[in-house]
Design a protein around this ligand. Sequence first.
Ligand code: PHE
Ligand code: CO
Length: 299
Amino acid sequence: MNAASTPRRVENLATDRGVIPQYATGVVEQPWGSYSRSDHAVWATLFKRQRELLPGRACTTFLANQQALAMSEDAIPRFDQLNRHLRAATGWELVGVEGLLPEAVFFEHLAQRRFPVTWWIRRPDQLDYIAEPDLFHDLYGHVPLLMNPVFADYMQAYGAGGLRAQREFGDEALLNLTRLYWYTVEFGLIREPAGLRIYGAGIVSSKGESIYSLEAPAPNRIGFGLERVMRTRYRIDSYQKTYFVIDDFESLFAATQQDFAPIYARVAGATSVTAGSVLDSDAAIHLDSREDWPTGADN
Ligand code: PHE
Ligand code: CO
């Protein structure tokens, strides 16, 4: 691939009225040869940092599958090499993208067992925080769980469910689904015999939240409930105020196999729950101390 055909790096637009997300629709070839030494060094730094933190914090399937994928600190992985492992394990494949995808395009990829991965990696000054998903988040965070057969089926079902929601139910149902994705795929915790563990990609790709989500006294940790999650607002500008804990991937998948039509209807008639609220009906695992919580509206 030559320089002229290097794909674009589509990032947020920072304006005086806030950050405006930018979307890109196409699939691109990973321009592996165009990564700079600095790009590979950013990968190595983040990879080593999380390797120190995640044993004993990430769930066992994440750790085992990351090994099976043979990702290493040496270089940014090649999508086509990862795809050999993925296709063999679960039939998923990675496709390169330039940035955030419009919802319909994203759902369509998932429904076809294709996972979109941003081809570019964050800059050295963005090691600890970047507003949008980059290659480190997408690859390091999401890909290991796509090797797990049950989680792989859940992701496909989510994509198909998103397409259905767009066709049949509209914006409110889509918001409910976004919350489900947020509190499971991105920020989920799982119970293991040895204690709570992380499976959410947004957590495992963040140094600070890998520690905070499990060890900080502030956040709520509440047993997963489908409707509870679909009603719950979330924050995109801070660590989560509430984490939902699943028992295993089988029960998460089973909970989402039912027809969502009556659930969307019930949730539409209920009030939403703010990110930090605890309800009487919650299966509380740890209730918050509300330390250092940001104020202002949740999403
Ligand atoms: N069962 C959901 C429906 O009837 C689809 C779905 C599956 C949604 C898994 C999210 C996750 O629409
Ligand atoms: Co993500």
